[in-house]
Design a protein around this ligand. Structure first.
Ligand SMILES: [Zn+2]
Ligand SMILES: [Zn+2]
Length: 421
């Protein structure tokens, strides 16, 4: 069991749910906790993979210690019950960065953010010391700004613009989205232009939020599997200060760019710099891959357990070019984020020679991953956490289901690269 840090009174003074007369030793069950324990409903901003009847096993007062690091590693956490809960959920896993959905990612319209949600979100950001720069909200999967069908594109644009406005209401700086698809009815160049035009229009209708285009695994008609697609979009964006790129390690690998050796990683980064520009790199998604190089399949695997293996992440965690940008895990957590993501975050930080130099960090990391130091031992830490979480989830799903159907469900859940409408 990881050693835990107890919440002090001062760290919860801003939380609306705490009162003056409560004892300082224990954090009263926060609303975040209460609502994530309930069964999620559609429209709760929770990805379907995490929307299930699940109770977290960690105790309410448990927060994993957060290391001080220039590599801002976190995860795409649940915003179930309100966006403000994402902040607490990130703090619980020791994340230095986080991603969230700003509304249901599978519905065209969602209720507006409430004043209360906005207020609590901002308070919790301060309370847990997250700056806007380390938050990378993820856009709705429905949005396809490259669709040549004008009505459908307009509908997508409205949803996109609504997301951007939500970012600004929350004081967030970045917004990550999938570029889109030709849906087989346009050339890549036509779709790329349509995407750029939508970005330009959205920039005019918002104040400052930076639109961050994600690279894709390159399946079917999707735009963004090739760095030149990203270049094409940026090239047509008028306000270049408000456009960026998020590189997903699984997508990068699946689309055919190797990054497993240090040489391959450097070559990929050089190519990215030449074709897109390193100054546009505003975030990364850290995922291992269940499929081989160039598979064009978007199948996220837990860190170290896929074709990329742990060694790949050592290059990232020691490369100054990816410092101070959100690095977000989108790996399966099986509804046990504290058990899986907290371990993955600590394992990744352990790979960074700079991060582990500090004595405080050493102690914090030891409390989560014990004495594991070699790639093999660190991989085993993730493997064990996944096995436990998967087992816990399996039990909750009932014994009637076969291992195979559970595995199939898992495969469906963790891919995010779906064909847009
Ligand atoms: Zn994505
Ligand atoms: Zn991603």
């Amino acid at each position: 069991m990881p050693q835990t840090r107890r919440i002090t009174r001062s760290s919860v003074t801003n939380a609306a749910e705490t009162s003056q007369d409560e004892p300082p030793k224990k954090l009263r069950t926060p609303r975040a906790r209460a609502s994530t324990q309930e069964k999620g409903t559609e429209g709760d901003g929770l990805p379907p993979s995490r929307r299930a009847k699940v109770k977290h096993v960690s105790k309410p007062e448990t927060f994993i210690p957060r290391v001080k690091s220039l590599w801002k590693v976190g995860a795409h956490v649940s915003a179930s019950g309100g966006v403000e809960n994402a902040v607490t959920n990130a703090a619980k896993i020791g994340a230095n960065a986080f991603a969230l959905f700003l509304k249901s990612q599978r519905k065209w319209t969602s209720p507006a953010l409430t004043e209360e949600s906005i207020k609590l979100f901002k308070e919790r950001m301060k309370e847990h010391e997250y700056s806007a720069e380390v938050v990378l909200p993820h856009g709705s999967y429905l949005i396809n700004l490259g669709n040549p069908d004008q009505d459908k594109r307009e509908k997508a644009f409205e949803c996109f613009l609504d997301d951007l406005k939500r970012c600004e209401l929350l004081g967030l700086k970045y917004y990550n989205f999938h570029p889109g698809s030709t849906v087989g009815n346009a050339t890549k160049e036509e779709s790329i232009s349509l995407i750029a035009q939508c970005i330009n229009r959205a920039h005019r209708e918002t104040k400052y939020v930076v639109t961050v285009v994600e690279n894709m695994a390159g399946a079917g008609n999707a735009i963004g599997g090739d760095f030149m697609d990203l270049h094409g979009i940026i090239n047509e964006v008028e306000d270049k200060s408000r456009v960026g790129v998020c590189l997903d390690t699984c997508h990068t690998f699946a689309s055919g760019y190797d990054l497993r050796t240090e040489t391959a990683w450097n070559e990929m980064m050089t190519k990215f710099d030449e074709q897109v520009g390193l100054s546009y790199l505003r975030g990364m998604h850290l995922n291992d891959s269940k499929t081989e190089l160039g598979s064009k399949k978007d199948r996220h695997e837990n860190i170290g357990l896929g074709f990329l293996a742990l060694g790949t992440f050592r290059h990232l965690m020691n490369d100054p070019r990816v410092q101070n940008i959100p690095m977000i895990l989108e790996t399966p957590s099986f509804e046990l984020p504290v058990d899986v993501w907290a371990k993955e975050i600590a394992v990744l930080q352990q790979l960074s020679a700079t991060t582990t130099k500090s004595k405080d960090n050493g102690e914090a990391l030891r409390s989560v991953i014990g004495e594991a130091r070699t790639d093999e031992a660190l991989t085993d830490v993730v493997k064990a956490a996944v096995r436990i979480a998967e087992g816990a989830k399996g039990k909750k799903e009932g014994t009637g289901k076969t291992q195979r159907s559970r595995k199939r469900k898992r495969d469906e859940e963790d891919g995010e690269d779906e064909e847009n409408e």
